[in-house]
Design a protein. Structure first.
Length: 404
């Protein structure tokens, strides 16, 4: 599944041919039905809910049928520099982009996390990458680009410099961050919602020509029939029938709000160990280490629980058992910023039209690819680190083997 840069031209011809076969009238009609569904006159709440449930169930069946046939042909993972890999790809072949670029804050000592000479150097670098993504995206294609809140303006500027329209910011709230120094406790991350300008005069005309140009509202309604909002919440680690004390969802409900009106997920801000290592169990384990001061995510190598955090998740080993060095527990997947599949599946459903192809040019250990496999979309991933690329290949292959 992981391919060197030299194989790109052959892949493009094969993928485009396969895409042409898959994108039948059924896909176009499905996209138009979605457009009409959000333009029709209001009906009763009960009727609309029944219609939406039936429509989502039908789309799920269609996506699963497509998933089995497109998975082998339209799931591709490339090893190499993303700008160079994208330069070898055909124009207007991508339906949606979901990616998590490096923040440039030296979270690790890896070269990909370099500061790139401050704001100007970093935005110029990311804008260069996004120009290539713009070229290979279809007119009207949507994208979601992760951003660290305090540097989100850098990310947004880079998007605009590359030609994209900044449409919105989806804020993902959680309650498991830990403050450092005199900073506020982190409890959110941003996803910059972008769109390549349409080539046609109307959304309907763009959908008819390209299949892109609109969000997939019907796939992501909340509370039965409510329009998706530009915010999402995640339960804290340890939530069950009763929310943990530091749970953002529980606190919203306790203050008179209602979490049912927001997309909510089980514990996803820091991916579970099982999800992180899926498909990689045969690899030798490797401790995750940090050269920085002990952080919220460092864990005791004896019990696997965090050194710092709320009482329900903190290490309680006696002094003689507590491992107090800067080594966390062993993982087969050592990537430092693994995204959770539940959140990525939501973004894939929201942005990509039925049967479309999602691009992640900073693929990491492959979570976007896993989401695409599980939702029945094509996927093109690019990762420059050979170890992470191999891990992504294993994790995506494991997701493809799981019964649906």
């Amino acid at each position: 599944m992981a391919e060197p840069e030299e194989s790109i031209p052959q892949y493009i011809s094969e993928a485009m041919a396969a895409l042409g076969r898959r994108k039948s009238d059924r896909k176009r009609n499905s996209s138009m039905a979605n457009l009409r569904s959000v333009q029709e006159r209001p009906v009763s709440a009960d009727t609309r809910q029944r219609m939406q449930v039936a429509q989502v169930a039908r789309r799920r069946r269609e996506q699963q049928e497509r998933a089995d046939s497109v998975r082998d042909e339209l799931i591709r993972l490339f090893l190499g520099d993303c700008a160079k890999v994208m330069a070898g790809m055909a124009a207007t072949m991508i339906d949606a982009i979901i990616t998590d670029p490096p923040a440039g804050i030296r979270l690790t000592d890896a070269s990909w996390d370099a500061e790139r000479n401050g704001r100007l150097g970093w935005t110029q670098w990311l804008a260069g990458v996004m120009r290539e993504a713009y070229r290979i995206a279809k007119p009207g294609a949507y994208g979601a680009v992760w951003a660290l809140p305090r540097q989100s303006h850098w990310t947004a500027c880079a998007m605009e410099d590359a030609g994209w329209k900044v449409k919105d910011i989806l804020t993902h709230h959680f309650g498991t961050g830990f403050p450092h120094g005199d900073n506020l406790k982190p409890g959110s991350e941003f996803w910059i919602l972008i769109q390549k300008p349409r080539s046609e005069a109307s959304i309907q005309a763009n959908v008819e020509r390209w299949g892109t140009g609109q969000l997939q509202i019907a796939e992501c309604r909340v509370a039965g029939d409510r329009w998706p909002i530009n915010a999402a919440f995640t339960h804290a680690e340890g939530c069950g029938a009763v929310c943990a004390p530091d749970c953002a969802v529980g606190r919203l409900n306790a203050t008179g709000g209602s979490s049912e009106y927001f997309p909510t997920f089980l514990y996803h801000p820091k991916v579970s160990r099982r999800e992180r290592n899926q498909g990689c169990n045969h690899l030798p384990g490797r401790p995750q280490t940090t050269t920085a001061r002990r952080s919220y995510n460092d864990r005791c190598a004896s019990c696997g629980r965090k050194f710092i955090g709320s009482l329900h998740s903190r290490c309680v080993c006696p002094p003689g058992m507590k491992i107090t060095d800067k080594t966390s527990y062993v993982n087969q997947n050592p990537h430092p910023t693994v995204k959770a599949t539940g959140l990525m599946r939501y973004l894939v459903r929201l942005l990509c039209p039925p049967g479309g192809i999602v691009l992640d040019m900073f693929a990491g250990s492959g979570t976007t690819g896993i989401a695409c496999v599980e939702e029945g979309f094509g996927f093109v991933g690019i990762e420059q680190d050979d170890e992470y690329c191999d891990i992504a290949k294993l994790r995506i292959a494991a997701a493809a083997r799981r019964p649906k």
